[in-house]
Design a protein around this ligand. Sequence first.
Ligand SMILES: [Zn+2]
Length: 337
Amino acid sequence: MEQKILNEFRQDLVSGDWVLFATGRAKRPSEVSPNLESTAAKFRDCPFDDPVASGQEIIKIYPSEKDWQIAVIKNKYPALVYGICVPPKQNGPFKVAEASGFHEVIITRDHNKNLQDFDEKETLEILKIFKNRYREIASEFCGQYILIFHNFGLQAGGSVQHPHSQIMATPVLPPDVTNSVLGAEKFYLKNNRKVHEVMVEWELEKKERIITENDSFVALCPFVSKKPYEIRIFPKNMSPQFEATGDGELEKFAVVFSSVLKKLKKVLNNPSYNFFIHSAPIKVLGAPSVDVAQYYAWHMEIFPHTSVIGGFELGTGMDINIVDPDQAASELRNADL
Ligand SMILES: [Zn+2]
């Protein structure tokens, strides 16, 4: 029997959290079990080694098709399909929204060289493309959120081995973003300050969990780290939008970011990891009393994979962290590069 493809957002009636269903993605070739044979096969005909020849739908290619270093392509198995935003509909007691948006992949040329092996200049180039593509999508998108993220390694969900980052634009606000935006707003209304600023100020004063910093950015292991060796990078000016970062500032971000990835590689022996950029939502629905720029600061979160999630975490929504963030930060800070 032909199975129908389910591709929509459904909102949980109790928590209000949205879940994205994208059953068409189960067909992607990379979903085969990661045994050695299939890994070898993937290496032989990697779809990203020559995106033009392998028929990828190219959005941008830098600096040119012939000597390309970075390409932005459409995801062949998108979880979100380009389309106009329509308001959520009712389905029985539930709210359901169309899975419309953007789902693109940003690839770098060398199959065996991931971001932790990039120098600062190469890191800056990819960050500039993150920023530019974010801005382009934001200018034509009717939805609420754009997320840039990266998966490295099998444990982190990196289904294609070729280094790639992804950019997804969603019509609804993801649960984690909703929670952090609402929490930051609540803190601001009570204290008249950005919550991120208060947190970073304390960390800079304590100096116990700082990994590295320069005059514009600071990388740290949060006091309330959910995972071992979790890292956050903040702009010291607490600006709300990643996409508004000037190229000069981005250069300083690249220095901190690159150093942190190299330290992670050294301390945890090249772990699988995820990172993502949390920028202010491009649209907050309803009539917010305060502009999100007043109370939000953009940041990057990096999560190396050191353990798997278990029943306690699933049953409680509470993480158990087995590494003191002071210890994690100290190891990372002291790792010689
Ligand atoms: Zn490749």
